[in-house]
Design a protein around this ligand. Structure first.
Ligand code: COA
Ligand code: MG
Length: 314
């Protein structure tokens, strides 16, 4: 009887660990994520020459109400003439419930970006509503969803929202923090190293990690202040963010450098992957490497790090 119980527990544990390792998604570097107002022709034209890992083409806050239609048209033209890109491309639409949301979603879907970014997400339903529209219109599964967490309610519900990242059929890939909206809605200052925002930012980071999705830090508004921007990038790295949203090309290089895994960490990751690939280690859960224990969870982490570190600092 005791033997059967042991076998049963072992099977449950193996199934659990297989499920966990199956959950690991392929990663892309998202060190620098540049907002580009879709209504700004000059900025749009500049995108192809920039070294940002990802670009968010904005139809929301950066576009005035009377320019929304032209901005959508400009985006359609842009994606028609630039069908491929080395940078990940995301389109931020207005909220589905707003007067522009439905048209934005149709336009964004037609552009076939890597992802659509939803503003002011406050409940899982805000994401699943858009998922349903994408499913009903047979949008390619390659079109992912990113969610802005930028309101008090969004933070309170961040755990439930991030859980969508664990669904194999879900499209949620990434949280983006909207620090300007958060500061506005809560009366919190963005100064002093964001001291009063940090607890909420950490909560968002934690929820994203629990949901196995990436999380990108908010923007630094003073794009002429290189020193302040560098300090905030360093803070973002230490807090566990995968990258930073940017408003100006001058911020790209600093973000790429700050969020790039360092060479020592990459070398260690290569060593772990090589060690687990040895025939004598096949099927082993834990091995010794340079006198230290290394487990398969370290292999997952190493693989992710190497995927993210593919691009060298620009
Ligand atoms: N993306 C691409 N190119 C940009 C850019 C951006 N976000 N911001 C500026 N540029 C370009 C300019 O068009 C200009 O191009 P040029 O060399 O061909 O003349 C060059 O970079 C230098 O720009 P600069 O003159 O320093 O700034 P600006 O006055 O043109 O623009 C802002 C300043 C803040 C209006 C602009 O950076 C911007 O709109 N940023 C994004 C705002 C946004 O999306 N907000 C919503 C999310 S918070
Ligand atoms: Mg906002």
């Amino acid at each position: 009887m005791a033997d059967w119980a042991n076998i049963w527990i072992a099977l449950v544990l193996v199934a659990g660990s297989m499920q966990k390792s199956a959950m690991r998604k392929p990663s892309r570097p998202r060190r620098s994520v540049l907002y580009v107002p879709a209504s700004n022709a000059k900025a749009l034209a500049k995108v192809v020459s920039l070294a940002a890992d990802a670009v968010i083409f904005d139809l929301e806050d950066a576009v005035a109400p009377n320019a929304k239609e032209d901005a959508r048209e400009a985006l359609r033209d842009y994606f028609r003439t630039n069908p491929t890109s080395t940078a990940e491309r995301i389109i931020r639409i207005n909220a589905l419930a707003s007067e522009w949301g439905a048209e934005d979603l149709l336009a964004a879907r037609a552009c076939k970006p890597d992802a659509i970014l939803l503003p002011k997400v406050e409940t899982p339903q805000d994401v699943t509503n858009v998922t349903e529209v994408l499913e009903e219109t047979d949008a390619s599964e390659h079109v992912r969803l990113w969610a802005m967490i930028e309101t008090p309610r969004g933070i309170v519900n961040a755990d439930e929202i991030a859980e969508l990242g664990l669904r194999s059929t879900g499209r949620l890939d990434c949280f983006v923090v909207g620090t300007n909206d958060l500061a506005k809605d809560t009366g919190t200052s963005l100064g002093q190293g964001r001291a009063y925002l940090v607890p909420w930012l950490m909560q968002i980071v934690l929820c994203a990690k629990a949901g196995n999705i990436d999380v990108i830090d908010g923007v630094y508004n003073d794009f002429a202040d290189a020193q302040g921007f560098t300090a905030e990038c360093t803070q973002g790295v230490q807090m566990g963010f995968n990258g930073k949203t940017l408003i100006h090309p001058a911020q790209i290089e600093t973000a790429n450098r700050a969020f790039q895994p360092d060479e020592a960490a990459l070398a260690q990751a290569r060593a772990i992957v090589a060690a687990f690939a040895l025939p004598e280690n096949a099927g082993k859960g834990a091995i010794a490497l340079d006198g230290k224990m290394v487990e398969r969870l370290h292999l997952d982490h190493a693989t992710t790090l190497l995927e993210k570190g593919q691009k060298s600092p620009s």
